[in-house]
Design a protein around this ligand. Structure first.
Ligand code: SF4
Length: 189
């Protein structure tokens, strides 16, 4: 695979609250969509986070094979790194065969207008699309707000599978860092 650079906010090797089963999660860095009351503003600056080649991210995912049921990609705004994202997802598809869930702030209509949309749709199983709207907060079924839409591009998952995902989790990383995650994450006092 090519070695394009992804700007990464955070990697999580095993999450139960970002899709069905145990999943690796990649939060990509950088988002210009500016949803008011965004829950993850530290992911907005494009130059924050760290640069990782797609090959290095693939090596990380390969090291997890057998321990995870799928991959979730979130942000930040993943589709603002479309080309390296597609390279990574192609590698996941070809080498690992993991189901992929993608969170994006772009609407389904906006995604379909993107020239890479057909390729993206071949590499992703579920797309959760649309801006976060605080006034329509939902925080269930992996939908942050009621305007967001779930698109099941393969038969791997159903809405019932997403509804069964725990809304929050607290994870202690090997280095002692505490990660609060999920569609309705706990707010630490
Ligand atoms: S698209 Fe996501 S990361 Fe970007 S501003 Fe909206 S909620 Fe925040």
């Amino acid at each position: 695979m090519s070695q394009r650079l992804l700007r990464v906010h955070q990697l999580l090797p095993a999450s139960q609250a970002n899709g069905p089963g145990t999943r690796a999660v990649i939060w990509l860095q950088g988002c210009t969509l500016a949803c008011p009351a965004c829950f993850n503003p530290q992911t907005h600056p494009r130059q924050a986070g760290r640069g990782m080649t797609t090959g290095r991210v693939m090596s990380w995912l390969t090291s997890l094979a057998g321990a995870i049921d799928g991959l979730t990609v979130s942000g930040g705004e993943p589709l603002q790194q479309m080309q390296p994202l597609l390279d990574l997802l192609q590698g996941v598809h070809d080498s690992l065969g993991l189901p992929v869930i993608l969170f994006t702030g772009y609407t389904w209509q906006e995604i379909q207008a993107m020239p890479q949309s057909p390729r993206l749709a071949r590499l992703v199983d579920v797309i959760l699309a649309g801006r976060y709207q605080a006034e329509n907060r939902l925080a269930s079924g992996l939908l942050g707000s009621a305007n967001k839409t779930a698109h099941f591009l393969t038969g791997v998952y159903t809405q019932a599978d997403l509804d069964a995902v725990p809304p929050a989790e607290v994870l202690i990383q090997p280095d002692g860092e505490m990660v609060l995650s999920g569609i309705n994450p706990l707010i630490w006092p």
